[in-house]
Ligand binder design. Structure first.
Ligand SMILES: C[S@@+](CC[C@H](N)C(=O)[O-])C[C@H]1O[C@@H](n2cnc3c(N)ncnc32)[C@H](O)[C@@H]1O
Length: 198
């Protein structure tokens, strides 16, 4: 099992340039982000048309917002890596009026916005305080998030199968798996989930 890493770890990883690619070159992650955009837009259209603000927790270097094409949706990305935030701003510069990036340690602070849809991709497995993050949501808030089945040196947890995902997050959310992105030889999965805060 990996361990919780400081901001410098991610600064170092992002500064090497390996992540300076388009979302479609990010393989499994591209599948997750594509399904998440579809889930989010359907949720707005069919269930909560008043929601117009996406808050991305642990946003990384801004791949997911590049896939948000709807001009009516505002996007706010939060991450504690300055490299991530700067890369997110640069790659999303064309849409800078509706896509904003902020440096924030989510262990200490939490963003405040109205009409929010939360999302968080490949973040909860990196932090010991995923349950505390969910405690910050209000009853009825929606969150789209993804977690993996595999370990790395920065994963504090991973999930054997989708039942383990449901078991953990069901404590705080009415949660369902909306898609599974399969990696090499079916050994690496990423579970995309939709949760409504209880
Ligand atoms: C695997 S990356 C995922 C990035 C992005 N969501 C994506 O899908 O590409 C995990 C991110 O969590 C961020 N992170 C880890 N701990 C954090 C904390 N305490 N506060 C804010 N961001 C944090 C890291 O800087 C990193 O960008």
């Amino acid at each position: 099992m990996g361990e919780y890493q400081k901001a410098e770890y991610y600064d170092n990883a992002y500064s090497k340039g390996d992540y300076d690619v388009s979302p479609s070159e990010m393989e499994m992650y591209y599948i997750v982000w594509t399904c998440a955009v579809e889930d989010i837009m359907n949720y707005i259209k069919y269930e909560r048309p008043e929601l117009d603000t996406i808050v991305d927790l642990g946003c990384g270097p801004g791949h997911f917002p590049l896939m948000l094409k709807d001009d009516n949706i505002k996007y706010f990305g939060y991450d504690f890596s300055i490299e991530a935030i700067n890369k997110g701003k640069v790659s999303n510069w064309k849409d800078r009026k509706r896509k904003k990036f902020f440096l924030m340690d989510l262990e200490k602070d939490f963003p405040s916005h109205d009409n929010v849809i939360y999302c968080s991709f490949e973040f909860f497995e990196h932090i010991p305080f995923d349950m505390e993050i969910l405690d910050r949501l209000n009853k009825g808030d929606v969150i789209f998030f993804s977690v993996p089945s595999f370990d790395t040196e920065s994963h504090v947890r991973h999930f054997k199968d989708k039942d383990e995902v449901i078991k953990r997050y069901n404590k705080k959310l009415d949660v369902e798996i909306t898609a599974i992105a399969e990696g090499q030889h079916g050994k690496q999965n990423i579970y995309l989930c939709k949760g409504i805060k209880k």
